[in-house]
Design a protein around this ligand. Structure first.
Ligand SMILES: Cc1cc2nc3c(=O)[nH]c(=O)nc-3n(C[C@H](O)[C@H](O)[C@H](O)COP(=O)(O)OP(=O)(O)OC[C@H]3O[C@@H](n4cnc5c(N)ncnc54)[C@H](O)[C@@H]3O)c2cc1C
Length: 444
């Protein structure tokens, strides 16, 4: 007979660790299944000594485990202590290969052939097992890697770092201390990173500590007989094709859901887009009753969010009401809006009024609004004036706005009404950043 638990948690990343620790704290029978030999494989694979950020700063942490800004090593140590302290029932080297069944009767199959039964399953496998590949001929050569453990391992090499997000920047900066580093950025700017990393990379480029090839994409990779620099990366730039001899390529292009596996468990996605998120209820329940998805796989790119969801999902399974950790923050944000509506009513009204947001996953939309500001201007008030600096994107929830364009005799006013938007049109896509609502969006 297979072992049976009330809750099986798959994946011991921040989301799964927090869920299992809460289950243990609550005294409910549980098992935490982790495919690798240690907890939090994604964090174990951050580069050595990485400064781990604990954003969003305004969001309180809700977990029996600790988490605050610190080094990778400190955080991993605290989580290991927390697992012991709460006597979490964790099994390492337990690679879950199949999940079947439904609420009250799930069966989880491990790679070893063992089977485990559970009434509820929390799926917290993250995305990092499925990094976006370079996708060019030759990308299976041994010089291509998708993670960087210890930047100090490499010295006097020419390394191309492909990508322009936080991971690419952190790797490039760390490697540039003792290597020649070139960032390959398909865009003309670094639009997807945290402000601190943006400042860091621009400073490094300005001080010529590393190079950046903007508007450049990889097109092929090959090995060469050249012992000095044994690989050749062909790049398409806006000025034509160039060949870059190198020792190593570090591709940091993000990661996507392991769709085949997730769908084999019965979890539905709303579209075939590889970046689509699973369909989830506000309590993170998937299209399979009793099977919950949290963390990066649910579309949340940061550690604190994954940990909060781990806690909340166990509360939901145990039948205890638990509003999301951001509920008081959103309620405070919405307090100035006319009418007494609940947080979910305001969010629903925003999504139905502003067509741009109507298809956004409701959980992600919540995140977006958490990073936005609500303005309730009085009639006639200027929102911004000509030549003011603004990097803000405004959406109109109710009322109307006039935009004055042209000057002197050519001046005219363009009326905008509820549902329309104006302001900065170089829009960042993904969570971080309305009345009137201003947003900035970004993933890790
Ligand atoms: C380079 C890099 C730097 C980052 N820096 C930060 C930062 O500074 N601050 C921040 O807040 N966020 C950061 N992030 C994002 C953060 O790592 C993720 O948001 C977080 O790890 C998501 O947690 P998770 O629990 O959903 O998934 P993960 O942390 O990815 O954990 C998933 C776990 O599931 C296990 N697993 C996978 N498949 C199976 C299976 N079939 N069976 C059993 N176990 C399985 C994995 O081994 C892993 O341990 C960074 C991400 C990267 C890639």
């Amino acid at each position: 007979m297979s072992e049976r638990y009330h809750i099986a948690v798959v994946g011991a990343g921040p989301g799964g660790l927090s869920a299992a620790a809460r289950a243990a704290q609550t005294g409910v029978s549980h098992i935490l299944l982790e495919q690798s030999p240690a907890h939090a494989n994604t964090i174990q694979r951050y580069q050595k000594g990485k400064h781990v950020m604990a954003e969003p700063g305004i969001l309180p942490l809700r977990s029996p485990l600790k988490f605050e800004v610190g080094t990778r090593e400190k955080i991993l140590g605290e989580w290991a202590d927390g697992l012991g302290e709460h006597q979490v029932n964790v099994r390492y080297n337990a690679d879950v290969t199949a999940i079947s069944g439904s609420r009250g009767d799930f069966r989880l199959t491990l790679k070893s052939g063992e089977e485990i039964s559970a009434e509820y399953v929390i799926f917290a496998i993250g995305l990092q097992g499925n990094p976006r590949r370079l996708g060019v001929p030759g990308d299976d050569l041994p010089c291509v890697q998708y993670t960087l453990d210890d930047p100090d391992e490499y010295k006097d090499e020419t390394i191309l770092v492909v990508g322009a997000g936080d991971a690419a920047i952190e790797n490039a900066v760390a490697l540039s201390k003792q290597n020649k580093v070139i960032i390959v950025n398909r865009s003309g700017e670094f639009a997807r990173c945290k402000d601190g990393n943006l400042a860091l990379i621009l400073k490094h480029i300005e001080e010529e500590k590393l190079d950046c090839l903007y508007k450049t994409q990889c097109s092929a990779l090959s090995a060469t007989p050249e012992a000095e620099k044994p690989y050749l990366l062909t790049l398409s730039t806006d000025k034509g094709e160039i060949n870059m001899p190198c020792h190593r390529i570090i591709a940091r292009l993000g990661a996507i859901a392991p769709r085949k596996f997730v769908e084999s468990c019965g979890i539905r996605f709303p579209s075939t887009d590889p970046a689509a998120l699973p369909e989830l209820s506000p309590q993170y329940e998937s299209s399979v009753p009793g099977l919950y998805v949290i963390g990066a796989l649910a579309g949340y790119p940061l550690i604190k969010q994954a940990m909060n969801q781990g806690y909340e999902v166990v509360e939901s399974i145990m039948g205890r009401e638990c509003a999301p950790a951001d509920e008081p923050l959103l309620a405070k944000k919405f307090a100035r809006l006319p009418g007494r509506q609940s947080v979910s009513e305001v969010l629903a009204a925003m999504q139905s009024t502003i067509p741009l947001f109507s298809d956004v996953n409701p959980l992600m939309f919540r995140e977006l609004i958490l990073g936005s500001e609500i303005h309730v201007p009085v009639a006639g008030e200027a929102i911004f004036r000509r030549n003011d600096y603004t990097n803000t994107f405004f959406s109109i929830l109710s009322g109307s706005v006039e935009i004055e364009v042209g000057e002197g005799a050519g001046a005219r006013r363009i009326p905008l009404s509820a549902g329309q938007f104006f302001g900065e049109m170089g829009f960042r896509t993904s969570p971080y950043g309305n009345g009137l609502c201003r947003q900035r969006l970004r993933p890790y």
